[in-house]
Ligand binder design. Structure first.
Ligand code: WTA
Length: 642
């Protein structure tokens, strides 16, 4: 389906129109230094103006990524202080709780005061510039306050999504040596309670380095507080001075760590830095959503993921926007929650994931029709490829053909959006993220790294640096280089496959590595495998993605049991809940097949290609199986498909 939706009313008053996009793209390509110098000056407020702009090379010999390296700025000052004179009384955050209408509005002035106060609390608890602070919180205002308070004093935050297990939390705390953890008594999602503090207690049994836990009272549940270690947030901030100077930070000083799954090993601590990241999140928010003064912006992502970092907190606040923080789920109390909330809060721009759109589409148009959605001007999509059917429903039913859809492609590593339409400039094709933003140089390469021209399909790489890109893997710079810059020397490899059509539009086809995208959440197959083999009855496991109607991809696990163990439905259920408790509910396999053996080459390598085909149900075309050590295994697997 390649239906073109030409830019319509969205062009009226848009900051960037068709000619503007062409001009900016050409300008950024011709003179990156000049382009980014101007962008960084007009988008951010600097304490010490930079004189250097771009100092980057993706080549092994002189590998380096550095932007605005001699400039100084502060993220909290950019997101708060600079707005006080002009919009101190404007609402910065509208918090919407799990229960409809459970709302809280916080102005820029109030948020500034809360952030300063909490920054002083962090200092009083011994947190210094460069220290790591772990956040394990629901989607509450305190999460944004804690993030911004860290940036105010130069501490590095590491947010762990509240759906991760105590083990996953412990690993992330240990990896970056956090001495302070911020959590809540419980979270609330879809009417259910999440035992956040109890999870922290379990995690900290393995983290002797943690000296202090600050606990937000969210539900008022009766929880255990450890004497000398745990302190209530509300008690800690009481009477604390709301005056806290913003620490001048070097543009290349670390801003935050966010753990994300890769194709091998344990999750990587993606590190973003102060100047480049803030510039990228701020400029892309402004341009891709064509944000207009006074509008209400709602990104439904959790701050535990990068989308929440860039488009719930930093991008909107750097622009002085009003951002919605949603602590609920799309189907609670019913399937009309998004649309009812849009009406009630007067949301103008709505940004969500295809998985949510597909899930709601299945419930029929009636839920949408109950709302007016008159306030909506623009819709956005992120996290996974959006299938044209879902795109069409989003456009026709939700947006009543009035609202353009910006399908935004990016990654935790990229800091913000790289490929997306600009509403006033780009004609839309359902299912395509369309064109690169100015300053972004995508290329498609074949398996050998040869650059492919014109209409073609290949592996997506980015040929040159952009300010928002990650700078390293925490504690493992070598892994950073190996993961992203060694496959295709001199280029950043995204891990995604992609098609480019004759109009130069990009169509992301999905991951080409062993990462799967479940409901827009990234999961490394290796992580799920190692959780499975940690079970005493499991000898071996292989995990692949399978198509899933709502989630995009589901998790398909092949499990070989230890000798003497018998497959059973009970054991299958036990293994699924085992993975939930090892990693978190998002990692629980959708299908689990007991396999007497796995297809391996004679050198012992598991042939995942075959496992993927069986999981997809595409068993008529398994390709060459002659190199397998035991070709008979394949027949058994096909017969035992679940
Ligand atoms: C996928 C989320 C198609 C892609 C922001 C990427 C997409 C991975 C899109 C990153 C999109 C994200 N169309 N695929 N619009 N957006 N992806 O790090 O495979 O959680 O590599 O960042 O999601 O996931 P991550």
């Amino acid at each position: 389906m390649e239906i073109l939706y030409p830019v319509g009313d969205a062009a009226t008053g848009a900051r960037i129109d068709r000619a503007g996009y062409e001009r900016l793209y050409a300008e950024a390509a011709r003179d990156p230094e000049g382009y980014w110098r101007d962008e960084a000056r007009r988008t951010l407020e600097w304490i010490t103006p930079f004189t250097q702009v771009k100092d980057t090379s993706f080549d092994a010999a002189d590998f380096r990524i550095s932007w605005f390296a001699d400039g100084e700025l502060n993220v909290a000052a950019n997101c708060l202080d600079r707005h006080l004179a002009t919009r101190g009384d404007q609402v910065a955050i509208i918090w919407e709780g799990d229960e409809p209408g459970e709302t809280r509005r916080v102005t820029y002035r109030e948020l500034h005061a809360e952030v300063c106060r909490f920054a002083n609390v962090l200092k009083a608890n011994g947190v210094r510039k460069g220290d790591r602070v772990t956040l394990y919180l629901p989607m509450i205002v305190e999460a944004a306050v804690a993030m911004l308070a860290c940036t105010r004093i130069g501490a590095i935050h590491s947010i762990v999504f509240g759906g991760f297990s105590p083990d996953s939390l412990a690993n992330r705390i240990q990896d970056c040596d956090s001495r302070l953890v911020i959590t809540a008594d419980e979270g609330c999602r879809g009417g259910k309670r999440i035992p956040l503090k109890a999870n922290v207690d379990k995690a900290l049994a393995h983290c002797p380095g943690v000296e202090r836990v600050l606990v937000v009272r969210r539900t008022g549940a009766d929880i255990a507080m450890v004497e000398g270690r745990d302190v209530w947030w509300h008690a800690a901030v009481e009477g604390v001075d709301a005056d806290c100077p913003a620490e001048p930070m070097n543009a290349e000083d670390p801003l935050f760590i966010l753990y994300t799954s890769g194709s091998t090993g344990k999750p990587k601590g993606v590190l973003h830095t102060t100047g480049g990241y803030l510039l990228w999140s701020a400029a892309t928010f402004r341009d891709v959503f064509d944000y207009r003064e006074g509008e209400v912006f709602w990104c439904t992502a959790d701050v535990g993921w990068v989308t929440g970092h860039s488009y719930v907190v930093y991008g909107p606040l750097a622009n002085g926007a009003t951002t919605v923080m949603f602590d609920g789920v799309p189907n609670y109390p019913d399937h009309g929650r998004f649309w009812e909330t849009i009406d009630r809060l007067g949301v103008n721009i709505f940004y969500t994931a295809p998985t949510a759109i597909r899930a709601l589409m299945r419930e029929g148009d009636g839920w949408v029709a109950k709302s007016s959605r008159r306030s909506l001007r623009l819709l956005g999509s992120v996290g996974e490829p959006i299938n044209p059917e879902a795109w069409d429903w989003y456009h026709r039913v939700v947006g009543e053909r009035r609202c353009p859809i910006v399908d935004t492609w990016w990654q935790t590593e990229t800091g913000g959006i790289l490929i997306a339409p600009l509403p006033g400039a780009t004609d839309l094709k359902p299912g395509s993220a369309t064109k690169p933003l100015p300053g972004v140089r995508p290329q498609l390469v074949d398996a050998e790294g040869a650059v492919l021209e014109g209409a073609t399909e290949g592996n997506l790489v980015i040929a040159d640096s952009w300010p928002g890109q990650m700078r390293t893997v925490w504690n493992d710079h070598e892994r950073f280089f190996q993961t992203y810059f060694s496959t295709y020397p001199g280029k950043y490899f995204t891990g995604d496959g992609c098609r480019r059509d004759a109009d130069g539009y990009y169509w992301i086809t999905g991951r080409v590595d062993d990462v799967i995208n479940v409901s827009g959440h990234r999961m490394g197959t290796a992580e799920v495998e190692s959780a499975l083999v940690a079970h005493p009855k499991v000898a071996e496991a292989a995990v692949v993605g399978m198509p899933h109607e709502v989630k995009g991809q589901g998790i398909y696990a092949y499990v070989t049991l230890n000798a003497g163990e018998a497959p059973s439905d009970e054991l299958r259920a036990e293994l699924r809940s085992w993975v939930r408790s090892e990693i978190g509910p998002i990692a629980s396999p959708d299908a689990l097949q007991f396999a007497p053996g796995l297809p391996k080459t004679r050198s012992g390598k598991i042939m995942r290609r075959i496992l993927r085909k069986i999981a997809e149900g595409d068993v008529s075309n398994l390709g060459d199986t002659s190199t397998l050590a035991d070709p008979g295994v394949v027949e058994q697997l096909v017969a035992g498909r679940v």
